[in-house]
Design a binder for this molecule. Structure first.
Ligand SMILES: Cc1cc2nc3c(=O)[nH]c(=O)nc-3n(C[C@H](O)[C@H](O)[C@H](O)COP(=O)(O)OP(=O)(O)OC[C@H]3O[C@@H](n4cnc5c(N)ncnc54)[C@H](O)[C@@H]3O)c2cc1C
Length: 201
């Protein structure tokens, strides 16, 4: 049996509603290299799970639940005004927001405290307070869970809409998003200081 593959695993701790249900097979994916061997196995159907905040298990799941635990937040490119950050799909979304705010990188502030993982953010193009995820999106890499092939999706290919994307429509359940790249702004310290100095008393 595949390393880390569990049978009859309770799912209560893996979804927000916490209802008791079991997955016939369950695995946590910590690295994309683990996917190749796993996808060849005949454990059908397969379900991709992030933080479980938008999934409701009411009965046992008859196939394989694949929980995304691929981590990492890395700056991979930058210029004077902005930077490209690559994030593992299993990173908790709010941890990413806290990281950006702590480093004074702008773009994610309105999206704080949205439950779930980075890998799930493109699925419904998460949003709050008038800001949508696609406003910072650069590109993502996802693996086709039927054939194991990875593919890069740019903004056009994702077909983002209001709480919508290609991953909720024609590609529903077909791709596991392993990493996401976003563009954040470098804030001007001078601007912040001048705001503080010229606030009227
Ligand atoms: C209290 C509460 C408040 C919320 N507030 C907001 C809000 O303000 N704005 C907003 O937009 N949403 C909100 N949501 C919805 C939720 O935060 C989002 O849908 C979030 O993106 C779900 O992330 P998750 O990791 O929990 O996904 P899950 O619930 O685990 O999965 C959701 C869907 O995405 C798929 N999926 C998950 N990870 C991947 C992956 N790596 N690759 C491919 N498919 C994947 C799953 O198969 C499933 O179809 C809220 C939910 C709750 C419970």
């Amino acid at each position: 049996m595949q390393d880390g593959l569990l049978q009859n695993q309770p799912l209560a701790a893996h979804h927000t509603f916490g209802l008791q249900a079991n997955a016939r097979f369950f695995i946590e994916i910590k690295h994309e290299d683990e996917l190749g061997a796993l996808l060849g196995l005949p454990y059908e159907p397969k379900l991709i799970l992030g933080g479980g905040s938008n999934i409701f298990f009411t009965t046992d799941y008859p196939g394989l639940v694949m929980k995304n635990r691929i981590l990492g937040i890395d700056i991979i490119d930058e210029d004077e005004d902005s930077l490209i950050v690559q994030i593992g799909g299993g990173v908790v979304w709010h941890d990413l927001v806290l990281w950006a705010v702590a480093h004074n990188y702008g773009g994610l502030e309105n999206l704080s405290l949205i439950p779930g993982t980075v890998g799930a953010a493109p699925i419904q193009n998460i949003g709050a307070y008038g800001v949508e995820f696609d406003s910072v999106f650069h590109e993502l890499t996802a693996v086709n869970i039927a054939i194991g092939e990875s593919k890069v999706f740019d903004k056009t290919a994702c077909k983002f809409g209001y709480r919508n994307s290609i991953f909720k429509n024609e590609l529903k359940g077909q791709y596991l998003i392993i990493r996401v790249k976003i563009r954040l702004k470098k804030r001007s310290t001078n601007l912040l200081w001048s705001t503080v100095i010229f606030v009227p008393c």
